[in-house]
Design a protein around this ligand. Sequence first.
Ligand SMILES: *Cc1c(COP(=O)(O)O)cnc(C)c1O
Length: 379
Amino acid sequence: MKFGTKAIHGGLEPDPTTGAIMTPIYQTSTYVQEGIGVHKGYAYSRSANPTRSALESNIAAIENGQYGACFASGIAAIDCVIKMLNPGDEVISTDDLYGGTYRIFKTIFEKYGIVFHFVNMLDVQNIKNAINENTKLIWVETPTNPMMNIIDVEAAAKIAKEARVMLAVDNTFATPYLQNPLDQGADIVMHSATKYLGGHSDVVMGALVCNDDEIAKEMYRIQNSSGAVTGPMDSFLVLRGIKTLHVRMQRHCENGEKIARWLKTHPKVDKVYWPGLEEHPNHAVAKRQMRGYGGMISFSLKGNRLEDAKKLAVGTKLFALAESLGGVESLIGHPATMTHASIPKEEREKTGIVDSLIRLSVGIEDADDLIADLEGAMD
Ligand SMILES: *Cc1c(COP(=O)(O)O)cnc(C)c1O
């Protein structure tokens, strides 16, 4: 089955009780049992709920995985992965990653004795150098947020396999439409479904997908034991969102390309970060591991003045100033003071998140209007 078909039908059946083509919102906490321990596979909605189960199989299908699990947020999905580890275990993470991921690693799990190393994964050799006998997990985000760096998942997977270490990939930015990390050798794929999977800026949700039976057992055990599950209404909304994922992503990619190329020609723009540009340092890897380059773009301004970036961020009319990304509407953000404010300035600047850096989540509006909006704000 090809992607567009899987997005609409993958892992889904008409509702068994009524034939409803859309999975109903099973807004229920519990299920009446015919006898003690005799039920239809559902006993309590923290453990399983039919709307959530349908979404979990659908997300597994589009990621080419066997097992899917949905969580109350992307961060709750990350929380589940780290809870698979024990005190003393070590994690090698990319040094250019979502601020909230950095925060949960550093301020929640470090105090439980899990050790995190942040390395530059543009050279995968740095992963290899950081591995020791306690290393249990490699955490990759690609494209990275907000620098749009591309990490070679296949190369990272090779290193992980040799060292018998688990590899998890945050696939939020690329979405399964553009890349499938499990096919490239990753053990776990993580999503903030809040972003492109939901696609309409109306839900906060996370997801994990894997193929390994043992990892799946742990994933479901922790999902049920920690209890950060997603509700039936939100599950329904994301199920509905995924039905148009391929169509939306096509437009995100087209608009992303038009805007990245336009920004490159603008006299006030210094650097443009979009993996589809030929001069992007990892364009070759992106071309190999992705089927397109998406709608996320970052750029810096000539002179690198904080004031200029702030003026631009509040000067657009269609691009709304907001955190988050991946919805149908375009958003503009200032990573240094918004999404990445929790990362110390020195750490931030080392990875390129300078004061004038602006991040765009290019939506699916008409590209001409979006360009006119940016042009107006730049003036
Ligand atoms: C938003 C995001 C997260 C966190 O997900 P939430 O749904 O906000 O908890 C993790 N990784 C990336 C790349 C994100 O963009």
